[in-house]
Ligand binder design. Sequence first.
Ligand code: C5P
Length: 275
Amino acid sequence: MNTSAVSTGAGVTVRVPAKVNVQLAVGAARPDGFHDLANVFLAVSLFDEVTAAPADSLTVGCTGPDADQVPLDRTNLAARAAEILAARHGISPSVHLHIAKNIPVAGGMAGGSADGAAALVACDALWGLNTPRAELLDICAELGSDVPFSLVGGAALGTGRGELLTPVEAGTFHWVFAVADGGLSTPAVFREFDRLAEGREIPEPVASPALLAALASGDPDALAGALSNDLQPAALSLRPSLAATLGAGVDAGALAALVSGSGPTTAFLVRDPES
Ligand code: C5P
């Protein structure tokens, strides 16, 4: 699942995947407020599409089931991506960005990050800039910790605050996602992680060799035994009803259940498409 661009007369459309974190190991809070992570991202076949079309000024539109929850001002990561790219090249960000939204908003599946990465690639193509990939990744890291992964897709280990990526091997897996009513704020979930961790020694986050081997093997039973998310207790603390959702998925036959990223979307690993 990679980010890809298609150009038409009306503009440039980029399709970008959502992600699930198959391991999210969280370290202690850093002096800059972020947390060091060992964050194993896996792109999934749930996509947003961002179309960049010529316009007199920077505007954002959005359609899709959650469209009413998407900010259409300069706080939208797609708009910020266009602004940063234009500023670096000394041009004006005259573009209309249309987001066809399928990824849950504030759901822990990097939907906002996906739109930021997609807008960056779409504007780069529309404006004919050919920005080197390393610079695009740099802009992505400026936009947010999960945005570089949205540019790269596939499967990757994110270290630092999640923005330093190393590709990892992954087989094909099948997931069911349960979307919650209302989002969870990522900073609030990290704050709750800190509160729950008070007085405890937090180990350095490291990628689990068993998880990486299971991911590469394509064996769903092995992956089911190796999934982990250190943010899950914090997400459950802020949204206790998620415990029942996780339990319902396991009762229905899922091999494993976990909160996706900072939640509240829950992810269920299943054996095959029929399940
Ligand atoms: O990087 P991003 O803008 O997505 O981060 C949103 C917030 O999530 C940060 O302001 C911070 O509170 C929290 N965060 C963190 N450690 C990370 C990533 C995010 O504490 N590695």
